[in-house]
Design a protein around this ligand. Structure first.
Ligand code: GLU
Length: 507
């Protein structure tokens, strides 16, 4: 039999060691990545380590696809880890499905020390005993098998029964100080002896989770409030693991608040608002997402909502997490994302827009140098006009469309003023007069403003609507004169003429 590996880490005794240990089921959701982020921020704030372990003990529900999505999510958000899957470390392997021998070794020790005992009772027998005693039948396991003699066990086995193994819960209250919630006490007798090893010899999550935390010398367990009810069982297990020399200490616990969705209901994993990758598809950038996720239970300061990853690390501590339920707020998330888009260097934003332009069909798989240069030149025009990178195809598509393929949208044909054909007619004259070599926004603006507003007397509010519709096909577009400069003289003229002849024909 393998023995429990001795720790080879050189970490100091007071080093902060936290972990993120998801089960690879389904696609990464907001609550889960918030947990990863808070663990990471706590580790980085304290100069500690983040251990990334995979709790894949449920072969029926776990999948490799989900595992790879977890890696993708962590990398996208820039949540890096020091030990764990993919990177290795002193306490591996880091996938529970590969740690069976380690668990068996600890299980043998717990059997030998008497901390866990064989239980033959069936669920019906437990209920019947409660009824017979006049107790609530839902009370759970009653400790019946705790002190069976060897003869009794042999007789039960002879009946063909296969025992599970249960932990002997301590007789005293279990109290701990939660980093987020303060002191929490579970009264003695409220947590029944629970199954840690199935009849088939396989350990349960409640057992392997603290075994791994002990062997990986985890100092702080930050996890969702939804599993707070399993904490007394795990603390009882830590006590047993300390007694048999497997654990050094009971880690500190911090239970992170629920994340609520719309309608004040707990956000379900299947809720679209919970799906991290949907946010990415829409064009949340990691900076915005990290900022927003941090606000699900934490605050940077009373008056600042926008902060960087570095600022998060500088201030974050699990003890500053708010215990009250947090709420997803898409409007706020989007506004935060917009702020972070504004903070990106232009060249960086240009690069990040490309995949969204490809996804929107504006650019093909191979992007030419010319297209790349046009994206770069157009980026400053859209940087302050977008909330999500996914808006790029709609905002910028007209710059990459052939003149003859430009579709003027219906709403861009409305409210164009009294005589849009006359406005376009005049605009064409002005544009024709500008030299191709001097075709800049600085030249276009005074010429067109002078002609249409001053000369023709069209209200400034209506003066450029027909031009905008002709040039971009949209009612709302990036700045008009800059857009015309990017398109160049021939293309701008072709578009003005095209809408002009259409309006004149409809006249
Ligand atoms: N694998 C558990 C989960 O995904 C982790 C529980 C914990 O953090 O202790 O819920």
């Amino acid at each position: 039999m393998t023995t429990v590996p001795a720790s080879t880490s050189t970490g100091t005794a007071d080093e902060v060691r936290v972990r993120f240990c998801p089960s690879p089921t389904g696609t990464p959701h907001v609550g889960m990545v918030r947990t990863a982020l808070f663990n990471w921020a706590h580790a980085r704030h304290h100069g500690g380590k983040l251990i990334f372990r995979i709790e894949d003990t449920d072969a029926a529900r776990d999948s490799e696809e989900s595992y790879h999505q977890l890696l993708d999510a962590m990398r996208w958000l820039g949540i890096d880890w020091d030990e764990g899957v993919e990177v290795g470390g002193p306490d591996g392997p880091y996938r529970q499905s590969q740690r069976g021998d380690i668990y068996q070794d600890v299980i043998e020790k717990l059997k030998a020390s008497g901390h866990i005992y064989e239980s033959f009772s069936t669920a019906e027998e437990i209920v019947d005993r409660h009824k017979a005693a006049g107790h609530d039948p839902q009370l759970g396991y009653d400790g019946y098998d705790r002190d069976l003699t060897d003869e009794q066990k042999a007789a039960l086995r002879a009946e063909g029964r296969e025992p599970t193994w249960r932990l002997r819960m301590p007789e005293d209250d279990i109290t701990f100080t939660d980093m987020v919630r303060g002191e929490i006490t579970f009264k003695a007798g409220t947590t029944p002896d629970f199954v840690v090893v199935r009849a088939n010899g396989k350990p349960l999550y409640t057992l392997v989770n603290p075994i791994d935390d002990a062997l990986m010398r985890i100092t702080h367990v930050l996890r969702g409030e939804d599993i707070l009810s399993s904490t007394p069982r795990q603390i009882a297990l830590y006590r047993a693991l300390i007694e048999i020399g497997v654990a050094e200490r009971i880690p500190e616990f911090g239970h992170l608040p629920y994340v609520m969705g719309e309608g004040n209901k707990k956000l379900s994993k299947r809720d679209p608002q919970a799906d991290l990758f949907l946010y990415r598809e829409q064009g949340f950038i990691p900076e915005g997402m990290v900022n927003y996720l941090s606000l699900l239970g934490w605050g940077y300061s009373a008056d600042e909502d926008i902060f960087s990853r570095a600022q998060l690390v500088e201030r974050f501590d699990a003890s500053s997490v708010n215990p009250n339920p947090a709420r997803v707020d898409l409007k706020k998330a989007t506004a935060i994302n917009a702020d972070h888009i504004r903070l990106l260097p232009e060249a960086e934003l240009a690069e990040r827009l490309i995949p969204y332009l490809q996804a929107g069909g504006v650019l093909g798989e191979d992007v030419t140098e010319e297209q790349r240069a046009l994206v770069a030149a157009a980026t400053p025009l859209v940087q302050t006009r977008m909330n999500l990178l996914g808006e790029a195809p709609e905002l910028m598509g007209f710059l990459f469309t052939a003149d003859e393929d430009l579709v003027v949208q219906d709403d861009a044909l409305k409210k164009l003023g009294d005589d849009p054909a006359a406005v376009l007619d005049r605009a064409i004259l002005e544009v024709e007069a500008i030299d191709e070599g001097a075709f800049t926004a600085e030249a276009l603006e005074p010429a067109l403003r002078g002609a249409i507003v001053d000369d023709m007397g069209v209200k400034p509010r209506l003066a450029f609507g027909p031009l905008r519709s002709a040039i971009s096909g949209r009612r709302i577009s990036p700045p008009l004169f800059e857009s015309m400069e990017l398109l160049g003289k021939p293309s701008s003229l072709a578009r003005l003429r095209s809408l002009h002849s259409r309006l004149a024909a409809e006249g």
